[in-house]
Design a protein around this ligand. Structure first.
Ligand SMILES: C[S@@+](CC[C@H](N)C(=O)[O-])C[C@H]1O[C@@H](n2cnc3c(N)ncnc32)[C@H](O)[C@@H]1O
Length: 211
């Protein structure tokens, strides 16, 4: 999986000075190096662009890498709402997204995402694109909130669904969230309100369309 990803990244991605600065800023601030891979980021940009998404909800901002990729896809006309547990992370993400030119199109909601999602539901907000990339134990809860907040035909993208390859390969080093992801993958695949497929780039991304 690592080798395949390195190959895809090297062939399909060119240098991106801004995203490299984001990665550096995350390191310099002592934050974990767990942004999406370059190819996953490119896929986010392509999907928001192809689907003409205008109202995007991201769960898990970190330093703004995926936020920039999502915003690049919707360009001047879209908006990003990003949920992040850590105030400090959201501040760095906002600085980085601002450097990318989308500072006025992003709103950060800090604190536990489940609380922010409840607030968005109370406020009758609707979104046409979702990116789930936060604490794995809550993925199923996040998925149900996303469905409730979705416009018809909305897309939901969930990251890390391969758990480093461990969901498919018993000899791979198990992750703390291997079993959680196996269960999540089954739930998504069989969900009556979703049509889904797992795309094995980065740490695995599942693309779902809300019926
Ligand atoms: C994998 S990182 C997100 C990476 C980001 N999407 C990117 O690719 O640039 C996961 C993020 O989820 C946040 N997080 C973890 N638990 C959370 C929770 N309960 N509510 C909101 N955010 C949470 C973490 O603080 C971390 O910044």
């Amino acid at each position: 999986m690592k080798q395949t990803n390195s190959y895809i990244d090297s062939v399909f991605n060119s240098e991106d000075a801004l995203l490299e600065e984001v990665v550096t800023s995350i390191k310099e601030n002592g934050m974990p190096a767990i942004s999406v891979s370059p190819s996953s980021g490119k896929f986010l940009t392509m999907l928001t662009s192809i689907s003409q998404a205008k109202n995007v909800l991201e769960i898990g901002a970190l330093g703004g890498y995926s936020g920039i990729c999502l915003a690049r896809g919707f360009g001047e006309e879209g908006n990003l709402t990003s949920l992040e547990l850590e105030e400090r992370y959201a501040k760095l993400a906002h600085r980085n997204v601002t450097k990318a030119g989308f500072g006025n199109q992003v709103t950060y909601m800090t604190g536990p995402a489940l609380q922010s999602l409840e607030k968005l539901l109370e406020d009758n907000k609707k979104f046409d694109f979702f990116f789930i990339d936060a604490d794995k134990e809550n993925y199923e809860n996040y998925l149900e909130y996303c469905i409730k907040l979705a416009e018809p035909g909305a897309l939901i993208l969930s990251d890390n669904v391969l758990a480093g390859g461990s969901v498919v390969d018993d000899s791979a080093e198990p992750k703390g969230y291997t079993e959680v992801m196996r269960k999540f993958n089954k739930t998504v695949a069989e969900h009556p309100k979703l049509e889904s497929l797992l795309i094995p780039i980065g740490d695995g991304l599942t693309l779902s369309r809300v019926k």
